[in-house]
Ligand binder design. Structure first.
Ligand code: ADE
Length: 227
């Protein structure tokens, strides 16, 4: 069974509409819907926004459904000119850009308990996802995806995340899901379509493009499941 987590309904509802024989249950306040999607057994969840909800959801999913892998899908802000709105970022690794124990001598972004800054995504999953995107003719880039409990909306913060972590896209859940998957030894991958430029204009881009970008990530995920 493949686990699929999105933060928001807009990133999940059209995907869910294609699930055959859906069975639904609410655990820890999150609705899990399982069934067959494009020939594969899946369990899906809309976790809510931010790292805490994302972690809660991933851990609950792992304990209740034992997915063989987890894919986090949805939208993100771009951190590079190579990724425009509507194009796709695929994780090679994830980082938490708001994790900071540097006053104690640690490097910024270090997650102490696992002693890592970058949590590696599953190479096979990420490679297959990027290959599907290319087949679909989508502009795609693989790289580090940065998560934090903030909507990135300034050139300064965007430059900070890019310079400190070499990340290509920013969002608010992927690295929390990645951390939970790492600890539980569940392969994971983050796939995000770009909805905004994560700078001073992101508050205008985002409402305009979120729907289109969310649909882009759903299309790619369905192609991946079909492959
Ligand atoms: N998700 C989509 N755009 C984002 C941004 N600019 N910052 C954080 N998460 C996002």
């Amino acid at each position: 069974m493949i686990g699929i987590i999105a933060a928001m309904n807009v990133e999940m509802e059209s995907l869910r509409s294609h699930i055959e024989n859906p069975e639904s249950e609410v655990i820890s306040g999150i609705r899990f819907v399982r069934g067959i999607l494009d020939g594969k057994e899946v369990v899906t969840a809309v976790c809510g926004i931010g790292k805490v909800f994302a972690a809660l959801c991933a851990q609950t999913m792992i304990l209740h459904y034992q997915p063989s892998s987890i894919i986090n899908t949805g939208v993100a802000g771009t951190l590079t000119d190579e990724l425009g709105i509507g194009s796709v970022a695929v994780s090679t690794a994830v980082v938490q850009h708001d994790m900071d124990t540097s006053p104690l001598g640690d490097p910024v972004g270090l997650i102490s308990g696992i002693n890592k800054i970058e949590i590696p995504a599953d190479r096979l999953l990420s490679g297959r996802m990027a290959a599907c995107a290319k087949v679909m003719g989508l502009k795609t880039l693989s790289g580090v995806i940065a998560s934090g409990d903030q909507f990135v909306a300034s050139a300064e913060r965007k430059a900070y995340i890019t310079e400190k972590f070499g990340a290509i896209a920013c969002e608010m859940e992927g690295a929390a899901i990645g951390q939970v998957c790492f600890v539980n030894k569940v392969p994971f991958c983050v796939l995000r379509a770009i909805s905004d430029s994560a700078d001073g204009s992101s508050h205008m881009d985002y409402p305009t493009f979120v729907q289109m970008a969310a649909q882009q990530s759903v299309s790619l995920l369905r192609r991946f499941l079909n492959a």
